[in-house]
Design a protein around this ligand. Structure first.
Ligand SMILES: Cc1ncc(COP(=O)(O)O)c(C=O)c1O
Length: 456
């Protein structure tokens, strides 16, 4: 199959006729929202109703066609309805939908495939159907492996919405509250190095990773009760706005983790499976985690996720009764297997690396040209543009973030807002022509917002 299977459907995008969201979108959304509550800010800010997706194109119910810069929400990374993935799911949808956690031929193949691509003996696997469950299982596994129950995570990390997962994050943001007396006992959060907004710097003004590590060391001694099981971390912070740590962070964190006989739980639900140009985002720093989670891109839209531990810890998965009702059903295995094969056969990682360079160069030029762009960040196709009111004070520019999101959407770019950091996660199949098209739309929207706020 031609790797440019998606090109034909992309001809002429974006194609927007009239005001968007259009009349049918508005009507259907109003009916739905009458009953469906708890919608994301993405939807609230642009209540469009989508009907079809093909490759890098989304079509709404009024016939408007959008260029996709969101991959759902980092999910449909190989393009909407990739024929290989859809065929694989359909085959098992017609043959065997669920057999609990019995072995099936497609599960056998997936296990071999995963063990083949994962580094460092990471080959004790269990499957789930959402990222949160994989993270939850990782936390249970870490308890079983270490016999301890305290966890550290970092400011602005996000790991899902179960009780343990929200305890690894700060869920109070905007109009979202936590409503609990505390996070679950035994969960602690520490500052995470953000090169643009460092808490501790060296004399030359660059971020001082050693100070962060020294703080963690003291924190573990003074604040935990000595029952520390693991550090739970996103390799790069997706939800917070594509924030990557300095290159020396993970290499310096590992000795500390080993010193305290803790585990590194690497939550690759968002950043893994090729999004940054490597199978694991952590591969950029040659660090092998003890426990890792996958989701989102793993099944290219089919709900399938995974939790993997090093072979030596495989026994722990027996102790926590790791299986679930839907995890590893044949359709899920087929989706994950086909997605991995597509990444291999279509040289997706090479595409992410080369088009990723285009994105980074383009964003750096935009930063030079625009007064409200304070920082640009990312690797591969996990990208962020941070908007500020003033480059010297770095005051976040939330209002501009919302407006740029809405303006670009109206011009035909389906994407993800995150307050003052514009997040981009285009499908990994995208070539430079469409990458440029999307960035042109974003730059135009930023220019219009700068005009509105009197910057130019
Ligand atoms: C890093 C990370 N972990 C876990 C999750 C939770 O995944 P899910 O929404 O599939 O439960 C998310 C979701 O955005 C995520 O970004």
């Amino acid at each position: 199959m031609d790797k440019y299977w998606w090109k034909e459907s992309a001809i002429g995008i974006p194609s927007i006729t009239g005001e968007v969201p259009g009349p049918r979108s508005r009507e259907m959304h109003a009916h739905t929202a009458r009953y469906m509550k708890g919608l994301s800010s993405q939807v609230k800010l642009f209540p469009v109703c989508f009907e079809e997706g093909h490759g890098i194109t989304l079509t709404d119910v009024d016939g408007n066609r959008y260029l996709d810069f969101s991959s759902g929400i980092y999910v449909t990374s190989l393009g909407h309805c990739h024929p290989k993935v859809s065929e694989a799911i359909a085959k098992w949808a017609n043959k065997l939908m669920n057999a609990h956690d019995f072995t099936t031929p497609v599960k056998e193949k997936l296990m071999e495939k995963m063990a083949g691509i994962l580094p460092g003996g990471l080959n004790a696997i269990q499957l789930y159907s959402d990222g949160t469950s994989a993270v939850e299982a990782a936390i249970r596994a870490a308890r079983a492996i270490t016999g301890r129950h305290e966890f550290l995570s970092c400011f602005r990390d996000f790991h899902g919405k179960s009780m343990a997962a929200v305890s690894c994050a700060q869920m109070i943001r905007g109009d979202v509250h936590s409503y609990g007396p505390t996070r679950a006992p035994g969960f602690y959060m520490v500052p995470r190095p953000d090169p643009y907004r460092p808490l501790w710097t060296k004399q030359d003004g660059t971020i001082d990773t050693d100070r962060y590590i020294a703080f963690y060391d003291e924190f573990i001694r003074e604040s935990t009760v000595g029952n520390h099981a693991a550090f739970v971390l996103e390799p790069a912070q997706g939800w917070a706005g594509s924030i990557f740590p300095p290159d020396d962070f993970f290499p310096k964190l590992i000795p500390l983790i080993r010193k305290y006989k803790m585990l590194l739980v690497d939550d690759e639900v968002l950043a893994g499976m090729g999004r940054t140009g490597e199978w694991l985002c952590l591969d950029h720093w040659n660090v092998v985690p003890d426990v890792v989670t996958f989701g989102k891109s793993f099944g290219n839209g089919f709900p399938v996720t995974a939790m993997v531990v090093k072979e030596e810890y495989g026994e722990a998965l027996e102790k926590i009764s790791a299986s679930s009702s839907y995890g590893g059903n044949p359709m899920a295995c087929a989706a994950a297997l086909a997605s991995i094969e597509v990444i291999e056969n279509e040289n997706i990682l090479d595409n992410v690396r080369s088009v990723g360079h285009y994105f980074m160069n383009r964003m750096q030029q935009m930063k030079r040209d625009h007064p409200i762009i304070g920082d640009v960040k990312g690797k591969g196709f996990l990208l962020g543009i941070e908007l500020v009111k003033d480059k010297s004070t770095k005051e976040p520019f939330e209002e501009a973030g919302k407006k740029v999101y809405q303006k670009a959407f109206r011009k035909g770019l389906a994407w993800i807002p995150a307050g003052h950091i514009l997040r981009m996660s285009p499908p990994l199949i995208m070539d430079e022509e469409y990458a440029k098209l999307g960035m042109d739309i974003i730059e135009e929207a930023i220019g219009e917002v700068e005009k509105e706020f009197g910057y130019i």
